[in-house]
Design a protein around this ligand. Structure first.
Ligand code: FES
Ligand code: FES
Length: 153
């Protein structure tokens, strides 16, 4: 089927299989490989992107379901050569180790801070419960989320 998706501000149209997952559309059709597949069973959150501004696990969304909608991946966050505040906070707070979970964590935190610009540490931890870090670097990831909230306030 033909799908048209606005990806990081650019309109894309492609013929895809009906069963194609959004994460595979992003990686294999759009060529945006920052969004990772860690499990494909909705467990790890490595594939988190924004769909019309809401965070979703793109391994549980069909490309067809994104037809006519807007997707933002981590590649679409920076603007004018400037990192997004959440990206900068990850850098400054050492919020990553191997980096595999990082794109999904960043997108989940962007969504979290849009919904709740001033979260407590407990609210950040609860908001990230769908995102797993196999390096177990949660402490600095939470610090990065809180630092980004501080900058934005
Ligand atoms: S790859 Fe989507 S939740 Fe793990
Ligand atoms: S930094 Fe390695 S999985 Fe999170």
């Amino acid at each position: 089927m033909k799908v048209s998706v606005r990806v990081n501000g650019h309109d894309m149209t492609a013929d895809v299989e009906d069963r194609m997952l959004l994460v595979h559309f992003l990686r294999d059709v759009a060529g945006l490989t920052a969004t990772n597949v860690g499990c494909d069973t909705t467990s790890c959150g490595a594939c988190t992107v924004l769909l019309d501004g809401e965070s979703v696990k793109s391994c549980t969304v069909l490309a067809a379901q994104a037809d006519g909608r807007a997707v933002t991946t981590v590649e679409g966050l920076a603007g004018n050569g400037e990192m997004h505040p959440v990206q900068r906070a990850f850098h400054e707070q050492h919020g990553l180790q191997c980096g595999f979970c990082t794109p999904g964590m960043v997108m989940a935190i962007v969504s979290l801070l849009r919904e709740n610009p001033h979260p407590t540490e407990e609210q950040v931890r609860a908001g990230l419960e769908g995102n797993l870090c196999r390096c177990t670097g949660y402490h600095n990831i939470v610090r990065a989320a809180l630092a980004a909230a501080e900058v934005a306030s």
